[in-house]
Design a protein around this ligand. Structure first.
Ligand code: PLP
Length: 235
């Protein structure tokens, strides 16, 4: 596929996703500009990021440090906001804070010191979301902080001079319907906002479940395959 064909494909897909978001906002009685689409560009080339920027996308998401750092550098002229949405190894946290504008996957206190140090050394303020686990206790491959761990994590982030606490992020559990999990998340988010009114971001919802997430109050949806197509290896 050449660049012109790729652009045509992305235009169509992005239009469909924007219409889904608008419909979900209408159904939920929310304003369409209440929800930001973060296009997840992991596995896709910088040339796709350029097309997205031309089409008005302002936020992109990546989940692997090396790939994300390289792509962000290659696309530095586009003025995009780079969201880091993947699991973070402690020894990569400082480096992630050097390029990411938003780190959505802060799930343990151990990361906070290193993120803050990386941000400080780069002379940046990095927005942080606490990733909350919606999995059953003991589930395989679960990621995210336990609900009981949120207050301490929030304190740690808010206490760092180079990090800004912005809200919560979650991924629906695999293999079960998303809606009940997002309803639980909405309750957690509401309690969290009472303590941290400045941190109203709720990042939830992906290609398959963005309607449920928006119905449950998501302010950000992270959309990969519905915009860019199936990722290599996950067809
Ligand atoms: C890959 C990824 C997404 C995007 O998933 P799609 O189903 O392709 O939309 C969203 N959130 C996280 C955390 C991801 O890793």
């Amino acid at each position: 596929m050449n660049q012109a064909q790729r652009r045509t494909e992305i235009v169509a897909n992005l239009g469909t996703v924007r219409a889904r978001v608008a419909d979900a906002c209408t159904a939920a009685g929310r304003a369409a500009d209440d929800v930001t689409v973060v296009v997840v560009t992991k596995f896709f080339p910088a040339s796709d990021v350029r097309i997205l920027a031309e089409l008005g996308v302002r936020a992109v998401g990546e989940n692997r440090y090396q790939e994300a750092a390289e792509k962000a550098a290659e696309c530095a002229d586009l003025g995009l906001r780079w969201h880091f949405i993947g699991g973070i190894q402690s020894n990569k946290a400082a480096a992630i804070a050097r390029f990411a504008d938003v780190v959505e996957s802060v799930d343990r206190a151990k990361l906070v010191g290193a993120l803050g140090r990386g941000a400080h050394e780069a002379g940046r303020i990095v927005d942080c979301l606490i990733q909350v686990s919606l999995d059953e206790p003991g589930a395989v491959g679960r990621s995210g902080a336990e609900i009981a761990e949120i207050p301490a994590l929030a304190e740690a982030i808010a206490g760092s001079g180079s990090l800004r606490l912005r809200g919560l992020m979650a991924v629906a559990p695999l293999g079960t319907p998303a809606r009940p999990a997002f309803e639980r998340l909405a309750e957690v988010a509401s309690a969290f906002r009472a303590d941290h009114p400045e941190a109203g971001v709720l990042s939830a919802g992906m290609s398959g479940d963005l309607e449920d997430a928006i119905a449950c109050g998501a302010t950000h949806v992270r959309i990969g395959s519905a915009v860019l197509g199936a990722r290599p290896g996950i067809k």
